[in-house]
Design a protein around this ligand. Structure first.
Ligand code: ADP
Ligand code: MG
Length: 231
């Protein structure tokens, strides 16, 4: 898995925000490469730019300079429709709060991105069931988000994020809202899914114990990506 093209590559990415007269530099030449099946922790203090980096990697925001490659394809020259299609087909996103649609069941929440992509209801339902079983929430598939625990909601959100078999899974503090035991359980399910699917995962977390279990960890230092060692 170390040869070949990375699933995700950020090349000298810059992002600056205008603050009145002055300019706030959040990313100042950030470089990241993540291979298929690799799980990378992003650990940095609040305000360091983790969410900014994830949004740019997820094509939800554009860099001011530099380039994002998904499975080798440069995304900078895509127009809005091209970026939306690229995001829908190649990237999955998990947030700290699940953002599931409250009026739909767990199963339907996992089906929807597949149906938006054009798959039939039947195919989408089969895949959704498989994923929910894999995340060990099959028996809860017909329940709405409000009827699920926090850990179950996050496992549904993870299943939804990988429903279209993305190359890249981006997660912004996905266990930040859970108690430690539930966080471990959700993290173990996430790990199994990454290993089984070969998706490349970049996971922002404040939890050093979980970060240490990933393949490697990176941090942000003055807008640049630096390796992080534990222990
Ligand atoms: P983290 O996720 O590591 O806490 P963020 O990426 O959310 O950090 O934010 C990094 C810095 O950029 C912070 O100082 C934040 O206030 C600033 N920032 C984030 N988004 C915007 C925005 N849309 N406009 C202006 N400043 C922003
Ligand atoms: Mg953040």
């Amino acid at each position: 898995m170390t040869s070949g093209k990375p699933s995700l590559k950020l090349d000298k990415v810059e992002r600056h925000y205008r603050e009145g007269e002055s300019r706030l530099t959040v990313l100042a030449g950030a470089d990241v490469e993540i291979a298929p099946g690799e799980m990378v922790a992003l650990v940095a203090p609040s305000g360091a730019g983790k969410s900014t980096l994830l949004h740019i990697a997820g094509l939800l925001d554009r860099p001011d300079a530099g380039e994002v490659y998904v499975n080798g394809e440069a995304c900078g020259s895509l127009d809005d429709a091209g970026r939306t299609a690229m995001r829908r087909e190649t990237i999955g996103f998990v947030y700290q709060f699940h953002h599931l649609l409250p009026e739909f069941s767990a199963l339907e929440n996992v089906m929807l991105p597949q149906m938006i992509r054009g798959l039939s209801q039947k195919v989408a339902a089969e895949r959704a069931r498989q994923l929910l079983d894999y995340m060990r929430i099959g028996p809860r598939a017909e329940h709405r988000p409000a009827e699920l625990s926090g850990g179950e909601q996050q496992r549904v959100a993870i299943a939804r994020a990988v429903a279209n078999s993305p190359y890249v899974l981006l997660a912004d503090e996905p266990t930040g809202n859970l108690d430690p035991e539930t966080a471990h359980y959700v993290f173990d399910a996430l790990t199994a899914l990454v290993r089984q699917s070969g998706v490349a995962a970049l996971i922002a977390t404040h939890n050093h114990e979980l970060a240490a279990k990933m393949d490697r960890a990176i941090s942000l230092d003055h807008g640049r990506v630096v390796p992080l060692q534990f222990g």
